[in-house]
Ligand binder design. Structure first.
Ligand SMILES: Cc1cc2nc3c(=O)[nH]c(=O)nc-3n(C[C@H](O)[C@H](O)[C@H](O)COP(=O)(O)OP(=O)(O)OC[C@H]3O[C@@H](n4cnc5c(N)ncnc54)[C@H](O)[C@@H]3O)c2cc1C
Length: 298
């Protein structure tokens, strides 16, 4: 979200931008997993707020195009509007990426200064020239990239702390009247039903921070095996049909940087991401806009 937002802002002011993402699709943690049988699970961000006028404006446009809709599975305690992608969360980054030049499967391994410009090195050795660079990746990965590039690591970045989250994606059978969401039912902090199917329901469960940290290095199969029995019990289902676990190693910021974007080098290398401000989609959006503002003009 931070990278896409920044790229859109830069493009709209006439800059030529290339987005590099190591993933197979854009969106990062605003992600949807499609199984072999076509079943989908939003296993990252569940919904998002649009408190700022800037994001509210983008959401209004996306809602008019049917890309987002109000998240109605649970009411916010304060009645605030919450939004989700339709039919899945991935629709949002996909819509935001339209018209941008994007290279997927492109993992950046090093940034090298070349006079006043940069050489961006990809896994595999390819090098791309750039006049300025925005690094919009989770804080620990940004730290690793700066260290590998022999570049200064700002104090603000060093101070950031993030926590992991194991997500379970499961299809189950046998629940008569399942709820849409369940909060704080150990070992889960959140469970959300993905479909209204009877007799089969698809669930996403986010393990709580304690479980996720304790089992961080376990295999996906081990974690799925551990999480299925409590899931069945909590949602009142009899049998699991399929279950897959996904490790979000850098899921949620627990200590943000406290600055909307971070200048590393003369505004020609700038950092962005949710961690600059918090742990939410809207923080990533705000940070992406701030990075575009901060970046030196061409
Ligand atoms: C389980 C879970 C539940 C969540 N629930 C919510 C919620 O309900 N509401 C909410 O508002 N927020 C939620 N969040 C947080 C939200 O998803 C994030 O705040 C937001 O998506 C972060 O966006 P970002 O652009 O900062 O980072 P990311 O989405 O992580 O994007 C970073 C991108 O960088 C790419 N990348 C990383 N390293 C490299 C590299 N070396 N080279 C090239 N590309 C690279 C990645 O592939 C990724 O696409 C949740 C997150 C998780 C994990």
């Amino acid at each position: 979200m931070a990278g896409l937002t920044c790229a859109r802002a830069l493009s709209s002011r006439g800059e030529r931008v290339t987005l590099l993402d190591k993933g197979r699709a854009v969106g990062g943690r605003m992600s949807t997993r499609r199984m072999d049988d076509g079943a989908t699970f939003d296993h990252g961000a569940q919904y998002f707020t649009a408190r700022s006028p800037e994001l509210a404006c983008v959401v209004e446009e996306l809602a008019a195009r049917g890309v987002v809709a109000p998240f109605v599975k649970e009411r916010a305690p304060n009645g605030e509007a919450r939004w989700a992608g339709t039919p899945t969360m991935r629709a949002v980054p996909q819509a935001l990426s339209l018209g941008l030049e994007i290279r997927l499967g492109a993992r950046v391994t090093k940034l090298e200064r070349d006079g006043r410009t940069w050489q961006v090195e990809l896994e595999g050795g390819e090098r791309l020239p750039a006049s300025r660079v925005v690094v919009a990746i989770p804080a620990p990965q940004a730290r690793d990239l700066l260290v590998a590039s022999d570049l200064p690591v700002p104090e603000r970045l060093l101070a950031v702390e993030v926590a992991p989250c194991w997500a379970l994606m499961a299809e189950v059978e046998g629940s008569a009247e399942p709820p849409w969401t369940v909060r704080s039912a150990a070992p889960f902090s959140w469970l959300c039903r993905q479909n209204d199917g009877v007799p089969r329901q698809r669930w996403v469960g986010h393990a709580d921070p304690g479980f996720s940290a304790r089992h961080l290095e376990r295999s996906q199969d081990e974690v799925a095996t551990q999480l299925v029995p409590p899931l069945l019990e909590i949602v009142g289902a009899k049998r699991v049909v399929t279950a897959v676990a996904h490790r979000w190693r850098f899921a949620r910021t627990t200590k943000p940087a406290g600055s909307p974007a971070i200048d590393v080098l003369e505004r020609r290398l700038v950092l962005a991401g949710d961690y600059c401000l918090g742990d939410r989609v809207e923080d990533a959006f705000t940070s992406g806009l701030a990075a575009a503002e901060l970046l030196a003009p061409s």
